[in-house]
Design a protein around this ligand. Structure first.
Ligand code: GLA
Length: 382
């Protein structure tokens, strides 16, 4: 009877029972209700478990990664991402914990741009200066909408497919954009995120995921002792409004040089104009791409637990944000307030404000083109 109860929701959600039931140590997907969104629509949580016992929970509201249970060097699992235990808190206030970000991740200067001779004005929802800018897709970006969802198991790996149609004019953007994201938890302890999009009118697109990591376990202190490597010789400096100046500058000799693994806290409080603007690290690094394709963008080592995370991406840039705006007002899953710098983000992306920066790689997607990009967060130990 117990087993039957377990299988019913899986069958309803369309998971192939045969895959769930295979012998050995298979990947599984557990489905549970996660409350209702602001429109009264049902939200669902999917727990993907792989053959090694690693677990990732994702909800179809905002495509939010709510939990990642990764092993430490003794095999002990801890939840290494910041987030909430219920939907109400995500609806009430979140600094994008775990969410899918779009239509354009990061900032667009004053929320304005010109494309094919037409001027567009987006929602301004972020105000580092009085003028403000458009941040992470606007007031109701992809992080705050309900995605259609379909879990499945293929090749003994658990995936969740999410899709969403962003209508023409949403948050000010041109064209109807059809977006699809596939999360896969591989048996190599990788969380793979594949992003796809198509449009019927030229529009900027820059999708990412905004997970906040703490490899000591969420709610377990700050992240300053994490040792970070960024595979980037250059960065895009910003002005006081956190908008890129358009320059691409070498990191060598600055607190932004993470080409040699260095503790996040080692230089974060140094006297430096860029650190002042970001209130710490909140910048885009220009990844060393070599031949291009999927390359190692970053790695993070947490010495106490031994947890090691590597980030691979096809994107040209990465925003490393050190949790400078966390101030204890967001109470986490265990009831512990998320204080200053207790989580960090590694958002793979095209550079901020690219739509207004002709020398940055283009974020424009045109009808007939296919937007396709993959990022992998890989967990291991040392
Ligand atoms: C991004 C931005 C930061 C901040 C966070 C959310 O990482 O670059 O400035 O807005 O999102 O708090």
């Amino acid at each position: 009877m117990k087993n039957l109860k377990k299988l019913i929701p899986l069958a309803i959600a369309g998971v192939a029972l045969a895959s769930v039931l295979t012998a050995g140590n298979p990947s599984t997907i557990k489905v549970r209700p996660f409350g209702k969104d602001r429109n009264g629509e049902e939200v669902t949580a999917y727990t993907l478990t792989n053959a090694k016992g690693m677990k990732v929970e994702i909800i179809n509201y905002g495509g939010i990664v709510t939990r990642i249970y990764a092993p430490d060097r003794n095999g002990k699992l801890a939840d290494v991402v910041l987030g909430y235990e219920n939907i109400e808190k995500y609806i009430e206030a979140t600094p994008y914990f775990g969410a899918l970000i779009g239509r354009v991740g990061n900032r667009i200067d004053k929320g304005e741009f010109e494309l094919d001779g037409e001027k567009y004005t987006l929602v301004r929802n972020n105000f580092p200066t009085e003028e403000g800018c458009h941040l992470h897709g606007g007031t109701y970006g992809f992080d705050k909408v309900l995605w259609k969802s379909q879990p499945y198991i293929s090749g003994n790996e658990a995936s969740l497919k999410l899709w969403y149609t962003s209508v023409d004019g949403e948050e000010g953007y041109p064209g109807t954009l059809k977006v699809k994201v596939i999360y896969t938890l591989t048996n190599k302890n990788e969380l793979k995120i594949q992003y796809f999009a198509e449009t019927d009118k030229a529009t900027p697109v820059n999708l990412t995921n905004h997970s906040y990591f703490n490899l000591r376990g969420e709610g377990n202190g700050d992240i300053l002792g994490h040792v970070l490597m960024l595979n980037a010789d250059n960065m895009t400096p910003v002005d006081a409004g956190l908008i890129p100046t358009g320059e691409i500058t070498p990191v060598e000799g600055t607190p932004f040089d993470f080409t040699t693994p260095t503790a996040i806290g080692a230089r974060v409080n140094q006297e430096d104009e860029q650190l002042k603007f970001g209130l710490g690290y909140d910048h885009n690094w220009v990844l060393n791409k070599g031949e291009g394709g999927m390359t190692l963008a970053a790695s993070v080592y947490e010495p106490e637990s031994g947890r090691f995370m590597e980030v691979f991406t096809e994107e040209p840039g990465i925003q490393f944000y050190g949790g400078n705006f966390l101030d204890g007002t967001n109470i986490g899953k265990k009831g512990i307030p998320y204080e200053y710098r207790t989580g960090f983000c590694l958002e793979t992306q095209h550079f901020p404000d690219s739509i207004n920066q002709p020398n940055f790689p283009s974020t424009v997607l045109r009808p007939g083109e296919k937007y396709e990009t993959t990022t992998i967060y890989k967990f291991s130990t040392k």
